[in-house]
Design a protein around this ligand. Structure first.
Ligand code: C2O
Ligand code: CU
Length: 708
């Protein structure tokens, strides 16, 4: 009680109101108004009328709603005030709202509009205009000429700007102002040089951008190493010991050989299977040229085994050893990875999955078989793999987007199934920064679980939005013979020309045979409710405070950026897309290092930032936390926020309550969004909260919290 009061008081300065919506009067800890709210402008002769259209979050299993093709989905909520009586404008009886692309075609009828709040349903338009017209009846097919209110989506601020051309024209090809760095720095004792990064097809870069280079030394491991082999399954019983070794391997990607990192020589690392409630020992040896640790992502284990350098253990030096004792209180899909320079070590292949099974029975409905898929992307140019930043990460702005998609460490995933087979896919996103929008066109997907266990209620979905470190468990039945492709379909943003474009990556193919499976499974069409999980979450939610007790603002600071970057990105900030699905500013992003970019978690109650923030929670007392992704920053983009050692529920996105509950350890925050989570501080110890974009983490975006 006392504690609650204390928190309420310290938040008083910048109060996180319960359920703040984008069109509400602006509040410091609310969602961005200028990204998620359209101000309507009255047409000539319409006096006193005003309105707004909220680009509302569409409640669903993900914090960002998109179509399988990657188009944004928003629920449009139009609030109108001071509307005249339609009859005063002519022979009209009602008002109707419309939406259309900026070309005004095709015109989509949204619904009638009256004074107050109007739910106009969900649209999946990218750039669009909203019109309100006076009409003779509600069922008209075309808008009349009597316009009453109109507005434009925030994304229409993007256009091929003359301003940009002007500012660029004067910049020439000198890479930076004041911080010229001619010639590439040499790696120690080798001939590694920065050359360039591959360009996404169809994008134009300015000469001044092309001349940018990161001001750190390029690093890639080298030397002879044994050939890596695919992952093996390790079943651990209670009391078992696993020897795990991080070391160098040789891997072949797209016909070229690279020295990379691996656990036990495998890509991904060994797939560990264990039973809920069991305890195992992992004796870890570091055979890398760098210090490292192993973090067991999502597992509510004893904090001394969490693998956080400086917090739970000293980093394991090259040649050193550390013994981890793991206990598994929750069934589900987890993963392990290093917690030192993830931008290098994870990128080079250090990651593996753990599947924790219940003692008896099954967590989910029946399937014919399982596939455990780790998704990743890797950046390969004409000269091979693009080197990493030795002293500090490159790609410190948006994170390192790869251009070659990997499933379990290989491009071109293949699976052969029989018609009618039901497959459970465990999906883990191990990439540095990419959020995938995965679909299997032609096959229905049923979402059954996420980070820390099953959904309270299963749900059909056409695509799975999975951010770095998140996990989703889906059941898929393949009903038609022939190939079914595993696709990532998103909308890229061409920043220079202000246009969106389609991007499709094929991650793999499922070949469905003509012959049907011998034993078809009944029940796949049913959506199951896990009543135990549902009751558990429901009881927990009832204990939640109405308003957030803690808040965190996500932002960044930059210094000494090259002039071209500084200039272009300031202009670009006219609009931030909720999601940056792909790396469409490759040169500027690549050349920005962790020395120039500092990503920040700021506690608005104290003004403290990153590791100076130290929250204290009492075990067993739920804490409602407001996470705010600050729009007014140099570059707002999405961040997957992860809390160690605990689990939480997502309660609301931009003021829209969630209705699909599942225990999570990572939540994706779109740019400018405000997300409320309800933390279950169940596991005592000292822990971390951080962004799981590897470059953001390496650029400081982390803080501490304790549970006592
Ligand atoms: Cu996968 Cu600190 O996390
Ligand atoms: Cu981030």
């Amino acid at each position: 009680m006392f504690r609650r009061l204390a928190f309420a008081l310290c938040l008083a300065g910048a109060r996180a109101e319960a359920q703040q919506r984008p069109c509400d009067p602006p509040a410091p800890l609310g969602p961005s108004r200028d990204l998620y709210c359209i101000e309507l402008v009255p047409a000539p002769g319409i006096r006193g009328a005003s309105g707004t259209v909220e680009l509302g979050h569409v409640a669903g299993p993900f914090t960002v709603a998109v179509t399988p093709e990657g188009f944004p989905r928003h629920r449009l909520i139009l609030s109108a005030a001071g509307l005249p009586s339609p009859g005063t404008l002519g022979r009209f009886r009602t008002f109707v709202a419309w939406a259309a692309p900026p070309s005004m075609h095709p015109m989509r009828r949204l619904g009638t509009v009256h004074e107050g709040r109007n739910d106009l349903g969900v649209v999946d338009l990218e750039k669009f205009v909203v019109l309100v017209t006076a009409e003779t009846g509600p069922q008209v097919r075309e808008p009349s000429d009597r316009l009453v209110l109109r507005g434009q989506s925030p994304s229409t601020r993007l256009f091929p700007p003359d301003l940009l051309q002007f500012s660029i024209g004067r910049m020439g090809t000198t890479p930076s102002g004041g911080h010229e760095h001619h010639g590439a720095p040499q790696g120690e004792g080798d001939s590694l040089r920065w050359t360039t990064v591959p360009m996404p097809p169809g994008l134009t870069m300015l000469p001044a951008e092309m001349a940018l280079r990161p001001e750190v030394q390029p690093f890639l491991p080298s030397g002879d190493a044994p050939a890596a082999r695919p992952r093996e399954l390790v079943r651990l019983q209670d009391g078992d010991t696993l020897r795990l070794e991080a070391g160098l391997v040789t891997r072949t990607l797209k016909g070229r050989s690279y020295t990379m990192f691996a656990f036990n020589g495998q890509y991904p690392g060994p797939l560990i299977e264990a039973t809920r409630g069991s305890e195992v020992t992992v004796v870890f040896t570091n055979r890398l040229p760098h210090p490292t640790t192993v973090h067991w992502h999502g597992i509510r284990l004893d904090h001394r085994n969490d693998g956080i350098p400086g917090l739970s253990q000293p980093p394991v030096p090259p040649g050193g050893q550390f013994t981890y004792r793991l206990r598994f209180p929750d069934a589900g899909i987890y993963w392990y990875h290093p917690h030192v320079r993830e931008d290098i070590q994870q990128e080079l292949g250090l990651y593996g999955n753990l599947v924790i099974r219940p003692e008896a029975g099954e967590s989910y409905g029946p399937v014919h078989r399982e596939q455990v898929l780790m998704l990743d992307d890797i950046l390969i140019g004409d000269d091979g793999m693009v080197p990493l930043g030795l002293e500090s990460p490159t790609h410190a702005l948006m994170g390192r987007f790869g251009n070659t998609m990997l499933v379990n460490g290989e491009p071109g995933y293949r699976l052969a199934v029989q018609r009618g087979e039901v497959v459970r896919f465990y999906l883990t996103n191990a990439s540095n920064t990419r959020t995938f929008n995965l679909s299997l066109p032609g096959a229905m997907m049923k979402l059954v679980g996420s980070d820390v266990g099953p959904y309270a209620r299963e749900e059909w979905t056409e695509s799975v939005v999975i951010a770095p470190a998140e996990r989703y468990v889906v059941h898929v039945r393949f009903d038609r013979s022939g190939p079914v492709h595993l696709l990532n379909r998103v909308r890229g943003l061409d920043h220079l020309y202000g246009r969106f474009f389609a991007e499709t990556d094929t991650l793999g193919t499922v070949q469905v045979s003509a012959g049907s499976v011998a034993k078809p499974l009944r029940g796949f069409d049913l959506v199951r409710v896990d009543s135990a999980a549902a009751a558990d979450m429901e009881a927990f939610r009832r204990r939640a405070a109405a308003a957030p007790e803690q808040a965190l603002v996500l932002t960044l600071e930059t210094r000494d950026l090259p002039r071209v970057t500084q200039r272009l990105m300031q202009l670009d900030s006219i609009y931030f897309s909720p999601m940056e699905w792909s790396g469409t500013m490759p040169m500027m992003n690549w050349a920005a290092t962790g020395r120039q970019v500092r990503w920040i978690l700021r506690d608005p109650a104290t003004g403290k930032e990153n590791m100076d923030v130290q929250w204290n929670f009492r075990r067993g007392e739920p804490v409602r936390i407001r996470l705010v992704n600050e729009r007014q920053s140099f570059h707002a983009m999405q961040h997957p926020i992860h809390l160690h050692g605990q689990r939480f529920l997502v309660l609301a996105v931009n003021g829209v309550p969630t209705d699909r509950f599942v225990w999570k350890d990572t939540v994706l925050l779109p740019a400018g969004s405000a997300v409320d989570i309800l933390l279950d501080p169940s596991n005592p110890g000292r822990w971390m909260l951080h962004c799981h974009i590897a470059e953001h983490l390496s650029a400081g975006m982390m803080m501490g919290f304790a549970v006592e």
